[in-house]
Design a protein around this ligand. Structure first.
Ligand SMILES: Cc1cc2nc3c(=O)[nH]c(=O)nc-3n(C[C@H](O)[C@H](O)[C@H](O)COP(=O)(O)OP(=O)(O)OC[C@H]3O[C@@H](n4cnc5c(N)ncnc54)[C@H](O)[C@@H]3O)c2cc1C
Length: 386
């Protein structure tokens, strides 16, 4: 029977990062099992690629403080492009409570070592993005090291190097069962046959609850559709602008190719695996776009180029990372709630550390992200979810 020290279920950006970090740490006997014939068909290939350290809680900020410098050095370290562009994230506030919120967050961000973040006046915001409608803007916050990556390229880079360092990738192979002896993992069943292992990493993105269910575990991760609308080429706004987030409506956009990528999380969206793009979304998002950036009224959009993918929502919008207490050898790398691309490097390091050493220094208190927190009722609270 095939054996592996570690089996990673899911070959998206998270499974790839876990694999690379494990091989870097010297654990070479590992198997990535991906049910699709091509990598990136899950959330990774649908992502907007935003990376930011402007969060409201310590674990999210610290995961970004590992991941963003990692992305900055990715190409040098892995010899493969991450597509990191440090164009920043600009949050714009039109209400006093939003400004208070940004200021409070910045105190925490700075206390954890994010030096570059700063508050912005309306004038500074208009200087940065002159096309914004600014009559109601009170101020905002900006961090120049935030920006974007190419999640697909990152995934390929991690996987390629992990495989060069000993990892094996099985494509077109589904994990169909996870076996255990009552206390610990003994193996997995796959469509290519059984694999004997003591350690399984759940990196199945929006399908994570189903994979946990194969081991008889309850994991509170639910899929939720998110839609993105790329525009046709447009040069009425500079392509050097940051990711701009209108805090009043949640509309955000960033430059992409010769046009822009428009995003908005419809509060009416329900949990579920629906990934059909809803054409009526285009009119809704263009209305929000033209309201904040009047020249966006002239944007052209080809509905055939728009797409939908799935966020992997956890109950408190924070990642679920670490071993489950009920079953020795089952590790979670799940529930990123839309931040899995930016937090993949930190997650890979944390999961590798936890498997190999039982502890990690990436965040001060990794147990707050433990899957055990839900049973204990110790949920985290993050309000800056995009
Ligand atoms: C529209 C959209 C915009 C987004 N924007 C951002 C953003 O700006 N910034 C950001 O950080 N994140 C963003 N995200 C979220 C980000 O894309 C995800 O958090 C991230 O890709 C999760 O990666 P993953 O590897 O965990 O999951 P996935 O990429 O979904 O990979 C999981 C893999 O597991 C495989 N799998 C599942 N079950 C099995 C099984 N039983 N056997 C074998 N294989 C299995 C699947 O086929 C899949 O390939 C966005 C997501 C969407 C949809």
């Amino acid at each position: 029977m095939r054996t592996a020290e570690v089996v990673i279920v899911g070959g998206g950006i998270v499974g790839a990062s876990v694999a690379w970090h494990l091989t870097e740490a010297g654990c070479r006997d590992l198997l990535i099992v991906e049910r699709e014939s091509h990598l990136g068909k899950g959330s990774t290939g649908k992502s907007m690629g935003g990376v930011r350290a402007q969060f409201a809680t310590q674990p999210n900020i610290q995961m970004s403080l590992y991941s963003i410098p990692f992305y900055a050095a990715f190409e040098e370290r892995l010899g493969h492009p991450a597509g990191y562009r440090a164009q920043g994230y600009l949050f714009i506030a039109t209400r006093a409570k939003h400004l208070d919120y940004l200021e409070t967050n910045q105190r925490l961000q700075k206390s954890l070592g994010l030096k570059q973040v700063g508050m912005m006046s309306r004038e500074e915001i208009v200087d940065m993005v002159p096309q914004l409608r600014a009559d109601d803007i009170l101020g905002g916050s900006f961090c120049p090291t935030d920006g974007f990556v190419d999640p697909y390229s990152v995934m390929v880079g991690f996987t390629t190097r992990a495989c060069e360092q000993g990892a094996t990738l099985w494509r077109s192979t589904e994990v169909t069962a996870i076996t255990h002896d009552g206390t610990g993992i003994t193996g997995v069943e796959t469509t290519q046959g059984p694999v004997s292992t003591r350690i399984v990493v759940n990196a199945a993105g929006p399908w994570a609850a189903g994979v946990a269910g194969l081991a008889g575990l309850n994991l509170p991760v639910e899929p939720m559709r998110r839609m993105l609308v790329p525009t046709e080429p447009f040069d009425g706004v500079s392509h050097q602008v940051p990711m701009v987030v209108d805090m009043t409506t949640g509309f955000h956009f960033r430059p992409e190719s010769l046009g822009f990528l428009l995003a908005w999380n419809d509060p009416q969206e329900k949990m579920g695996f629906n990934t059909n793009f809803e054409p009526s979304f285009i009119e809704k998002i263009l209305t929000l776009a033209a309201d904040r950036v009047p020249c966006f009224e002239n944007l052209a959009v080809n509905p055939k180029r728009a797409w939908a993918g799935l966020y992997e929502m956890s109950p408190d919008h924070h990642a679920i990372i670490g071993p489950v207490p009920e079953l020795r050898g089952f590790f979670c790398a799940n529930g990123f709630s839309g931040h899995g691309a930016m937090h993949a490097p930190a997650t890979g390091r944390m999961v590798a550390d936890l498997i190999l050493h039982g502890r990690t220094a990436v965040v001060d208190n990794v147990e707050v992200l433990s899957p055990a927190r839900f049973a204990k009722g110790e949920l985290l609270h993050e309000t800056a979810v995009l």
